[in-house]
Design a protein. Structure first.
Length: 137
């Protein structure tokens, strides 16, 4: 392509498009004063941003419900009702353990919850017991 240039990541961009993007970026940076002595971040906005980013790391019920949806219907039937019923009763440490528990492979989770295999992770054992206690016999 004769009117384009390689951006280094394999993409070819027309020179006019690249120039337009650079002009817009330079204008935006000039408006906020980036690169000049007058640029001073708003501490209030910075604190609010940090607070929001910290809150987004906390496990919400919606996030845990979504993560409880697995590749196996059998696990969905066990995990989703558990988190919906027990979310309010779990401590922060237990919620963190539940999130870590969900990172395990589905076959391991299923084997542990059905009692086919013993779970050697000590933090998971009480959680598995609580989930299994909800299984109707």
């Amino acid at each position: 392509m004769s009117d384009g240039s390689d951006t280094g990541d394999g993409l070819r961009v027309a020179r006019s498009t690249r120039a337009a993007i650079l002009d817009v970026a330079q204008t935006m940076f000039a408006e906020v004063g980036v690169g000049s002595a007058k640029f001073k971040p708003d501490r209030g906005k910075l604190r609010a941003f940090l607070r929001r980013s910290r809150m987004s790391q906390e496990p919400s019920l919606a996030r845990l419900r979504y993560q409880s949806r697995r590749g196996m219907l059998e696990l969905d039937v066990l995990l989703i009702p558990f988190i919906e019923a027990e979310y309010a009763n779990l401590s922060e440490a237990e919620l963190a353990t539940y999130q870590q528990f969900l990172e395990e492979p589905d076959p391991d989770l299923y084997a542990w919850l059905m009692g086919y295999q013993a779970c050697l992770h000590p933090d998971y054992q009480s959680l598995i017991g609580r989930i299994r206690a909800r299984i109707p016999v």
